[in-house]
Write a protein that binds this ligand. Structure first.
Ligand code: SF4
Ligand code: SF4
Length: 166
């Protein structure tokens, strides 16, 4: 075996040992750091109030509908027919929402609908636990979506808005 071949072998061994040393250094540099993962679902993450999670409809403080059925949210949504709304006007010309559905299974959580709503009705919750057993179950209706007056006031308060809406 030539001296040159021996040198090459020696260099390979040294490079290998260096790589192992670097790997071990990385392991030890992380070993004493506190964990950044959580033992979900036992431990839930503390999510930002701006988290883009499940959509909801806020109510007025007395629990009645805040939505005026303008369809702006449905029009701005990039996913065709994802938001479906049916409404009529009562004898006093007030809007009555007959149907409001959102297919959360197709939602891309872009937030467009929440930004365009003229009455700050459609909003997002810090709720990411949306898994279900069928696609149909991901289509939320008005009842699923609507928060009570009290919960709506709380949402507004947490987000720095005037909580009471008449
Ligand atoms: S968050 Fe985006 S994709 Fe989801 S319903 Fe609103 S506009 Fe549509
Ligand atoms: S934009 Fe707001 S008020 Fe208009 S239909 Fe959607 S949720 Fe209702």
């Amino acid at each position: 075996m030539s001296a040159k071949h021996n040198d090459i072998q020696q260099n390979r061994v040294i490079d290998g040992l260096k790589a192992i040393g670097q790997g071990m250094a990385t392991v030890f540099s992380h070993y004493f750091r506190p964990p950044i993962t959580l033992e979900y679902p036992e431990v839930m993450p503390d999510l930002s109030t701006r988290f883009h999670g499940r959509l909801c409809l806020l109510s007025k403080s007395d629990g009645t509908d805040l939505c005026v059925g303008c369809q702006a949210c449905a029009r701005v949504c990039p996913c065709t027919d994802l938001i479906q709304i049916e409404m009529h006007r009562d004898v006093n010309k007030k809007p009555v929402i007959d149907m409001f559905t959102i297919d959360m299974g197709r939602c891309i959580f872009c937030g467009n609908c929440t930004e365009v709503c003229p009455v700050d009705c459609i909003k997002m919750l810090p709720d990411f636990e949306l898994a279900d057993y069928s696609r149909e179950a991901l289509v939320l209706d008005k009842k699923d979506l609507t928060l009570s007056g009290e919960d709506s006031d709380h949402w507004r308060l947490v987000h720095g808005m005037e909580p009471l809406v008449q």
